[in-house]
Design a protein around this ligand. Structure first.
Ligand SMILES: [Zn+2]
Length: 206
């Protein structure tokens, strides 16, 4: 099967690097062997922004975490991976970081989160083949992913796109100077839903 959608190399690299930090060298090698991606052993993708890391590889790594560590373990590791991927990306896309900071320098927490979500959705849509749109109601914002890389061609009976929770955790904390939000994946393509949807409560935790 040929791949048609890609993440930038740097995101693939960040996912692997953060997994290696958590699992150790032996753990990451075991994971890569398990999911049939042993070509990456000692050979992570380059630290560049070329769109060349297939969605199917993102999904296989997430599935592998699930197979090795179960639902809870996979969740913990993937959320941490998402946080690190976000941080690493900010450092790499330095101009984006400055533009985002300028866009969010004014207004209430709610305004800043809204500006941040819009900004990052456009950014993600520009640098990867993931398509994100934003919606909101009185209580929540919704981060909606069409053709999601994390559950690409996966089937599950619970939401599995935990990496995205980590990315959104890190993004919302960064946008608001450290405030914590309740973020949950509430619809998931792997469960048969049309899109993967993250619900972000407008009530921040502290
Ligand atoms: Zn998904």
């Amino acid at each position: 099967m040929t791949d048609q959608y890609f993440y930038p190399n740097i995101w693939g690299r960040s996912i692997l690097t953060s997994a290696e930090e958590i699992l150790g060298a032996r753990g990451i090698n075991a994971l890569l062997n398990l999911v049939g991606l042993s070509d990456y052993i000692g050979n992570f993708p380059p630290d560049d922004i070329q769109k060349a890391f297939p969605f199917s590889h993102v999904a296989k790594l997430q599935q592998g975490l699930y197979d090795m560590y179960g639902s809870k373990g996979a969740r913990v590791f993937a959320i941490r991976g998402g946080e690190e991927t976000f941080q690493h990306s900010l450092n790499k896309y330095d101009k984006v970081q400055k533009a985002a900071q300028a866009a969010m320098s004014i207004g209430s927490t709610e305004t800043r989160v809204k500006l941040g979500l819009n900004f990052f959705s456009k950014f993600f849509n520009a640098v990867s083949d993931q398509v994100v749109r934003i919606d909101e109601d009185d209580k929540n914002w919704y981060w909606i992913i069409e053709h999601c890389p994390m559950c690409w061609e996966r089937k599950a009976d619970e939401p599995v796109c935990h990496l995205g929770v980590g990315v959104l955790n890190a993004a919302s904390q960064w946008a608001t100077g450290g405030k914590k939000f309740r973020i949950q994946e509430t619809s998931c393509t792997a469960m048969g839903d049309e899109d993967c949807i993250y619900t972000i409560s407008k009530q921040f935790v502290d």
